[in-house]
Design a binder for this molecule. Structure first.
Ligand SMILES: Cc1cc2nc3c(=O)[nH]c(=O)nc-3n(C[C@H](O)[C@H](O)[C@H](O)COP(=O)(O)OP(=O)(O)OC[C@H]3O[C@@H](n4cnc5c(N)ncnc54)[C@H](O)[C@@H]3O)c2cc1C
Length: 554
């Protein structure tokens, strides 16, 4: 939708646009339709945090019939621009926005054809003809000058199709709405896990609201053995939504092409992680809150992160979660941002578009240190989800277990899984659960897992990698067992990453580093190695903006 919006705004009336959608609806995509949400699922962004489309959500919602709002228990909610929305309702909004864009395209003379219920099954780059062939379900073939791949999320069901009590993801969520009278294991403890918890909890009990706004949970009859156990590597729950001073990330904070060129020229062809941390975290914090800055002055990025992580790891998980909930409530009520968290969010927005110019050394540092902290902080758990988790925990029905890196989950002959891990006392645990839900979120895809066979061709696309700055660092990584480090025929050492190589304009790069002139990829699972943090609406806005710059110039 954001790509189409850019095309309409750029008034590309000399282009003919074809949109292929495997389902019968535009705009809602996976997260905001029945494929990724049920009634109980909510967005983690509010009206004021949504990049502008055509109409503000608030204005749109004032015209939504009351029966529809009633379906989502919305009549009691005093709507304002700071409220999050049920995802399915948000999907209706997005579909409505797509219709408005189509209307505008029609008026401005951009010929647009929508192919509903048509699945693209292959894409082939026709080098000599300077064209791209698109093959669709039903056998038809189309030929285009350019193709933009926006196929979005993909949650395969390989094991779930064959195993009982095993779910490769919580999507589509309606499959989890079952009567359950046993313990359920969830791998992961972030937003995807929370989606699963919300569905399981509603199917097996009810929440009621207390006078102080907290919730109490009561099980339905005959579900006395129902319990959910989250399993997480860090042993932490994600952070809460809070009030943001800047409701949307500022695109002007992203490095311009010119700025990137200068930084890279000064740094052996790389953008150093420390440079970005200094400019987009340290300096920003020193201006916004000098007293907070004093606490980190002189600390390296690693020391700062250890300091923030230690503060979290030294507390009991749900106690910390409750504290953060209270802090976020105050922030929202008083419109008072939590400055260090907001600055970290802004940093992660900028870092995402610099990663492709990191050295392999910095990528390894980023993955070990900054990325885990960012992942916790920018999850933005909605307040009502937090109240539900706390109520379930208070009722003794939700636990979180910290597992080790070597932990594993395997299918059990009895159905469900055997979870094997070393617990916090160093004891090996092997536990059977009758139901297992994998909630690690969108998993990255590797080059040879691309769904379009025609593109698994190294003259068109190639696997993502980053170069090492120093051979010695690569050799040390190899010695310490890092299997992602390889030495290529040129003698260079590379760090292999998931997904494909792309440039700043989301054009895939072939094995010689040459950008495709006909293809663009903004489907997150296929570019996640070089685009590690973002899949949200602001990513859609930035990526489509970069692509249109190239498209309009051609
Ligand atoms: C469960 C979930 C909840 C989320 N919640 C939020 C949130 O609250 N806030 C936020 O900012 N971000 C959220 N996100 C991030 C989300 O990625 C983006 O907001 C956005 O939906 C991504 O849009 P997309 O079009 O790239 O992908 P998608 O929404 O996945 O859409 C891809 C579309 O392509 C179609 N398609 C796929 N393959 C084919 C094919 N071969 N042929 C034809 N059509 C095809 C699909 O049917 C779908 O309509 C969430 C993500 C998930 C998974």
């Amino acid at each position: 939708m954001f790509m189409f919006k850019r095309i309409v705004e750029a008034n590309l009336s000399d282009h003919e646009i074809h949109i292929f959608e495997q389902h019968n609806k535009l705009g809602a995509g996976m997260p905001y339709s029945k494929f990724g949400a049920s009634k109980e699922h909510i967005t983690n962004v509010s009206d004021n945090e949504i990049p502008e489309i055509k109409t503000h959500v608030k204005e749109w919602i004032s015209n939504v019939p009351s029966e529809v709002l009633h379906k989502y228990d919305m009549e009691q909610i005093k709507l304002n621009e700071y409220k999050v929305l049920p995802r399915l309702l948000f999907g209706e909004y997005l579909t409505g926005q797509f219709d408005l864009l189509l209307e505008e395209a029609r008026k401005t003379g951009i010929h647009t054809e929508i192919h509903y219920k048509i699945r693209v099954i292959d894409i082939v780059d026709l080098e000599s003809a300077h064209k791209v062939r698109v093959e669709v379900s039903g056998g038809e073939k189309f030929t285009f000058d350019k193709v933009i791949i926006c196929t979005g999320h993909c949650f395969p069901t390989d094991r779930e199709d064959k195993l009982s009590g095993w779910y490769d993801s919580p999507y589509p969520p309606e499959k989890l709405a079952q009567n359950i009278n046993y313990e359920v294991a969830i791998r992961g403890a972030s937003l995807t896990a929370i989606d699963a918890v919300r569905t399981l909890a509603r199917a097996n009990g009810n929440f009621s609201t207390n006078l102080d706004g907290s919730y109490t949970y009561a099980l339905k009859n005959n579900r006395n053995d129902f319990k959910i156990v989250l399993h997480s590597l860090g042993g932490l729950l994600p952070s809460m939504r809070f009030h943001l001073e800047e409701s949307q990330p500022d695109p002007s904070s992203l490095f311009s092409d010119e700025e990137m060129k200068i930084i890279m020229a000064d740094n052996n062809g790389f953008i150093p992680l420390d440079y970005v941390f200094d400019k987009n975290f340290r300096k920003v914090l020193s201006q916004k809150r000098p007293h907070l800055y004093n606490a980190i002055e002189g600390k390296s990025m690693e020391q700062f992160i250890d300091f923030m992580m230690d503060k979290r790891l030294n507390k009991e998980t749900f106690e910390l979660f409750k504290e953060e909930y209270n802090e976020a409530e105050v922030s929202i009520i008083e419109h008072d941002p939590i400055v260090w968290k907001e600055t970290l969010t802004e940093l992660s927005y900028v870092v995402n578009y610099c990663v492709k110019h990191f050295s392999a050394e910095d990528m390894i540092r980023f993955k070990k240190t900054l990325h885990p902290l960012i992942a916790i902080i920018i999850a933005f758990v909605p307040q009502s989800s937090a109240r539900e988790l706390l109520a379930l925990h208070d009722a003794g029905l939700l636990d979180l277990v910290k597992v080790d890196k070597e932990s594993s989950v395997s299918p059990s002959p009895l159905g469900g899984c055997i979870y094997t891990y070393v617990d916090s006392h160093g004891q090996l645990v092997e536990k059977h659960y009758a139901m297992f839900i994998d909630a690690l979120g969108q998993k990255p895809f590797f080059f040879n897992q691309l769904p379009f066979q025609g593109l698994i061709n190294r003259d068109v696309m190639s696997p993502a990698y980053l170069r090492f700055e120093e051979a010695e660092n690569a050799q040390n990584e190899i010695q310490s067992g890092n299997k992602d480090v390889v030495r290529v025929t040129s003698g260079d050492y590379l760090l292999q990453l998931p997904g494909i190589s792309i440039n700043d304009y989301f054009q895939p790069l072939n094995q010689y580093g040459v950008a495709s002139q006909r293809l663009y990829v903004m489907a997150v699972p296929y570019i996640s190695g070089l685009n590690p943090d973002y899949s949200g609406l602001d990513f859609c806005e930035v990526a489509s903006g970069k692509i249109i710059q190239k498209l309009s110039a051609d």
